[in-house]
Design a protein around this ligand. Structure first.
Ligand SMILES: [Zn+2]
Length: 155
């Protein structure tokens, strides 16, 4: 597989959410205790049951244009360390059914590279998508609700 990095949301986004109590669209953040199925998009770890989480709508950096969407995301209510690993799939992806979505440099969806798979077995789907020369970046979403888990770029 090509070298790759799974990228968290910007640290600045989490800081701003915690400081202001509003998300990227002016919605009041929902504060809640994790039921054990809340993936933090900054540390890319599964929240422990009872962890204080913030739920809000995130302005995704890409794709822009026709395929752009916002995404509901959880972030730890307390500061957490940004995920920063090369060639590693975070536990938030491993823990659930996921949708792998590849986009080209023109921000267009490469439908033939898209797959919904169990996250524990995501490696072949991710390798296929990230290694394709047409691919500029990949987004991994939850397959059922469709929320963004992380962006993936070649390392
Ligand atoms: Zn976190």
């Amino acid at each position: 597989m090509s070298h790759f990095r799974c990228l968290p949301i910007p640290t600045e986004t989490g800081k701003r959410w915690r400081a202001t109590g509003v998300d990227d669209f002016g919605n009041t953040l929902v504060s809640m205790a994790s039921d054990g199925a809340a993936p933090c998009r900054h540390c890319l770890r599964e929240a422990k049951p009872g962890d204080a989480m913030l739920l809000g709508s995130y302005h995704m950096p890409g794709p822009i244009g026709i395929y752009w969407t916002p995404s509901p995301i959880f972030v730890h209510a307390e500061p957490c360390a940004a995920y920063d690993q090369m060639d590693h799939v975070p536990e938030t992806v491993r823990a659930r059914l996921v949708s792998v979505r590849a986009y080209d440099a023109n921000q267009m969806c490469l439908y033939d590279l898209g797959q919904a798979v169990d996250g524990i077995d995501v490696d072949p789907s991710l390798a296929r998508a990230i290694s394709d020369p047409r691919t500029a970046f990949v987004n991994i979403h939850t397959a059922k609700p469709g929320c963004m888990l992380c962006r993936v770029q070649r390392g």
